[in-house]
Design a protein. Structure first.
Length: 526
């Protein structure tokens, strides 16, 4: 006997989402987004940032999609799903839909796609994500077991079954992420790496790739094969790769863009921006932090890492530099219902100086110069300069700053070719594990290369547990090891979202804690 979790038909879903179905389509309505940097790729296996995620949501759709108000899972390619009595098996009922070229999407599509994504030779950054929750997937991703051992199967053409490592309470919510995307294997077989070029592109989202001129713009137009096309009201989405905050803000002010994505404006003009009626401020399930390369001989000393953290007055950072309500923190995971993150290390200059001296660098003498890298953005630059000043003033340490464009920055960070690196993480789903999994040894996002067997074991244990206080206690213990004992990263603050979009003009765009804004349902107000 299966426990039904949610069943929503395509018709009812569209009605709930749009408060009515059918032909309200606004012809000729372009939606222009100042999207930040030039995207890495539109291939789901090769993307990892919010810049790319915003494009992904236009071009692809997984078994589930994001609720525009809450970011919780709602039906996507799957019209319904159910869980077994012990919560370890999720069965999805798929709707009859196709790729943008008319090729059917079936349960076997998801089997083939997920196996391709998790295959070690694909080297997908987020492969650790499905590998940690699907039975047998970790061994397959590590190249230690065959594909047949992975707990996914096509029961029939439109029934897809996933066997989890345990109850994994957040499993369905996380499946809206591109780590669980369908992949057009037939297009890859035909075109190879060129399948993502506009003339070859095949997707299954509400839009398809129309054009991509690097450093200029990427455009997407409606997918007439999309199952919920009646609720796609935009005739085109244009993504502009503008990482200069002054340019981005001025173009928005001049009416050249409809949405200036979060924090993409100059901090020096924040007082002016806060007074705008189209300034959308909201809490954010996101952490701003710095990676520490623990493979660096000096930074590998935990005393040095603790000294670097305890020399930072992050309350000053948020109150005098950022000035938008960000929350200074010594923790890595934001507070969530039922989860109380450990405090981590607080500003304590005498202790920071003592730790640095104990490590052999009294007053910073003899400490080698190191580099902090960050991607182009006004706010990141100001944070970097503040860090540089704090470490020089408080510890006598010299830090060089290196500003890099997005793709080069990501490549350098992923290669572990840095000393310290700027980082931020927006929750993909609302569970502490989504943050803590970054620090697991096998995580493709573990750019600092932190590794602790006890921590890894606790994260794996939590994945096998049912929701509740006991599971949260295990996750809190894990964070206490990585952050409260090992100083694996330098926590700085919890984000807020600061978007610019005129909600008197646009319907269907909602503030939410994950800052995720699907395009289905966005339309001009009448």
């Amino acid at each position: 006997m299966k426990k039904v979790w949610i069943i929503v038909s395509a018709v009812c879903f569209a009605a709930v989402l749009m408060s009515g179905c059918g032909g309200n389509k606004s012809s000729g309505t372009e939606f222009v987004i100042n999207n930040g940097a030039e995207p890495q790729s539109v291939n789901p296996t090769q993307i990892e940032g919010t810049v790319e995620h915003r494009i992904y949501m236009a071009l692809f759709e997984g078994l589930v999609a994001y609720d525009p108000k809450t970011s919780a899972a709602i039906p996507g390619v799957a019209e319904s799903w159910s869980r077994s009595n012990d919560d370890t098996v999720v069965t999805f009922k798929l709707r009859e839909t196709t790729w943008s070229d008319g090729t059917p999407i079936t349960a076997q599509t998801f089997v083939d796609s997920w196996l391709y994504y998790m295959a070690p030779e694909t080297a997908a950054v987020y492969a650790y994500m499905p590998a940690m929750v699907i039975k047998g997937a970790e061994e397959y991703n590590a190249g230690k077991a065959p594909a047949s051992s992975v707990g996914i199967r096509a029961v029939d053409d439109y029934t897809f079954e996933v066997t989890l490592v345990g109850p994994v309470p957040y499993a369905v919510d996380m499946m809206a992420h591109y780590a669980f995307s369908p992949i057009p294997m037939h297009a890859i077989e035909k075109f190879g790496d060129d399948w993502i070029k506009p003339n070859n592109f095949v997707g299954n989202g509400p839009f398809v790739l129309e054009s991509w001129t690097p450093q200029d713009k990427l455009t997407a137009v409606p997918n007439d094969k999309y199952w919920n096309k009646e609720n796609v009201f935009l005739s085109r989405i244009t993504f502009l790769p503008i990482d200069d905050t002054v340019t981005s803000y001025n173009r928005y002010k001049n009416g050249e863009a409809d949405w200036n994505v979060t924090n993409l404006f100059p901090l020096d003009m924040l007082d002016e921006i806060k007074l705008r009626s189209d300034y959308q401020l909201a809490p954010n399930l996101a952490s701003y932090y710095a990676w520490i390369n623990v493979n660096n001989k000096v930074l590998g000393d935990v005393r040095v890492r603790k000294a670097l953290i305890m020399a930072l007055d992050t309350e000053e950072l948020v109150s005098k530099v950022m000035r938008a309500g960000q929350l200074a923190t010594g923790a890595f995971v934001p507070e969530m219902t039922g989860y109380n993150p450990p405090e981590g290390f607080k500003f304590n200059l005498p202790e920071a100086k003592k730790l640095l001296a104990d490590a052999g660098y009294p007053e910073g003498r003899g400490f080698p110069k190191f580099t902090y890298i960050y991607n182009t953005n006004d706010a990141h630059k100001k944070v970097a300069e503040w860090l540089q000043q704090q470490w020089k003033k408080n510890l006598g340490i010299d830090v060089e700053l290196q500003n890099m464009e997005w793709n080069s920055f990501l490549a350098k960070r992923q290669a572990n070719d840095f000393d310290l690196a700027r980082a931020g993480w927006v929750g993909d789903y609302q569970d502490p594990s989504n943050f803590l999994e970054l620090l697991v040894t096998s995580s493709g996002n573990n750019d600092g290369r932190y590794s602790n067997a006890e921590f890894d074991s606790l994260i794996k244990q939590a994945a096998t547990m049912s929701a509740g206080a006991e599971r949260m206690n295990v996750l809190e213990s894990a964070e206490a090891i990585a952050i409260g004992r090992d100083a694996a990263v330098i926590p700085l603050y919890i984000y807020v979202t600061q978007n610019l979009i005129d909600l008197d003009r646009w319907d269907g765009w909602y503030k939410n804690t994950q800052d995720i804004h699907p395009y289905v349902g966005i339309k001009p107000k009448q």
